[in-house]
Design a protein around this ligand. Structure first.
Ligand SMILES: Cc1cc2nc3c(=O)[nH]c(=O)nc-3n(C[C@H](O)[C@H](O)[C@H](O)COP(=O)(O)O)c2cc1C
Length: 350
């Protein structure tokens, strides 16, 4: 069974993670595996209380449970066996079962974040909408979609405030640039990060990224003539070019809620991929807002805090969210395939 467990993990690590940080490590035994979080892999301001990493682990666990039956195994997953604050995310016990190949398994290595512009005029079919809405189970949250043009435009503007702040906040800016990988070799050496081609930057912007925008002082000079606001506007245009902007609304904000949300997001993403649709999480703003309302704004300036809270109010209003928590915002549509995919590296199995 040990070989099968290794094979399952090799495939399961094709899960999304913030900045492709792949924050996992495994301890395999004869018929079980323990999944550990590596918090040091993602210390971004976005990863407030490790929630982004928990979403990533949820996606990973969903992959494990989909792949296991391919090897005639059933995966019983015990979440947080040592409590929600421990590094041990789950223990997965495997037992013999009928062999079954889920139709979603073939899409696991083909799922990717697509940051291209999507077809502006493509309207989701009722079947596609159902696919998205039915992906979360009741305890995992509820997927809501916004498709009408006026609301999508407002949402795209509100969400893209994140990109303005990235270029105005020193910590977010240095985190982004320290996670960009300029070559495949660098991506492999560092075991993850954002390979530059996956960002889908037009050539002049990619040149700017490489030579100018990583320099904080240069950037601040450019910001005085509106550069960061221009970047946000460009991104708003890309986000608007989607059939729908969606949100996964969670019943609570505990670690367990975020872990379960990750399972739902992965299932939804695989179903969308199998239906020929593209997806991009665009969730920085809602994660930053969680920091502020929890009284831990870190280096966010009072101006940025006000802007974030204001944008969030609009997002919450459009998605009709009152007390609930937004686990992720994302966009969906039809598009050409991504220019490049992020690499996922062999699991560290102890
Ligand atoms: C919790 C979470 C938050 C993410 N937020 C964003 C985001 O705001 N913008 C974005 O472009 N991608 C976002 N991503 C996508 C990751 O960057 C992506 O999964 C990672 O780079 C690996 O690439 P892949 O999804 O193509 O495998 C997020 C992923 C996760 C799991």
């Amino acid at each position: 069974m040990r070989d099968a467990i290794h094979s399952i993990l090799e495939q399961a690590i094709h899960a999304p993670s913030g900045e492709n940080c792949q924050p996992w490590e495994f301890v395999a035994r004869e018929n079980s595996v323990s999944v550990y979080n590596l918090p040091e892999r993602d210390n971004s301001l976005y990863n407030f209380r490790g929630r982004g990493s928990l979403v990533a682990h949820g996606a990973l666990l969903e992959n494990i449970s989909l792949i296991a039956p391919t090897y005639g195994l059933r995966a019983d997953i015990a979440l947080f066996p040592e409590g929600e604050e421990a590094r041990l995310i789950a223990t997965v016990s495997f037992s013999s079962a009928d062999t079954y190949v889920s139709p979603l398994v073939e899409w696991i290595p083909r799922r990717a974040t697509n940051r291209k512009s999507y077809e502006k005029t493509y309207k989701l079919t009722e079947k596609e909408r159902e696919l998205i809405r039915n992906s979360p189970l009741s305890e995992e949250g509820e997927a809501r979609l916004i498709e009408d043009e006026a609301s999508r435009k407002e949402l795209a503007r509100a969400i893209s405030l994140n990109e303005r702040i990235i270029f105005e906040n020193y910590d977010l800016h240095s985190f982004l640039f320290s996670h960009i990988r300029w070559t495949r070799k660098e991506e492999a050496e560092k075991g993850g990060g954002l390979y530059i081609e996956t960002l889908e930057l037009p050539p002049p912007v990619a040149g700017g990224f490489r030579h100018l925008f990583w320099r904080w002082r240069v950037l601040q000079a450019l910001n005085r003539i509106g550069f960061s606001k221009f970047v946000a506007l460009q991104n708003a245009g890309t986000y608007f070019s989607s059939s729908a902007i969606g949100a996964l609304i969670l019943p609570g904000s505990s670690p367990l809620h975020f872990l379960r949300a990750g399972r739902a997001i992965q299932r939804m993403w695989l179903r969308l991929t199998s239906a020929g649709l593209s997806m991009q999480p665009i969730t920085g703003l809602v994660y930053l807002r969680e920091r502020i309302v929890s009284g831990e704004p870190a280096s966010l300036t009072p101006l940025h805090q006000t802007l974030i809270l204001r944008s969030y109010l609009l997002i919450a209003h459009l998605f009709k969210v009152e007390d609930a928590c937004i686990g992720m915002t994302f966009r969906i549509g039809r598009a050409l395939p991504p220019t490049a995919s992020s690499a996922h590296f062999s699991p560290n199995i102890l």
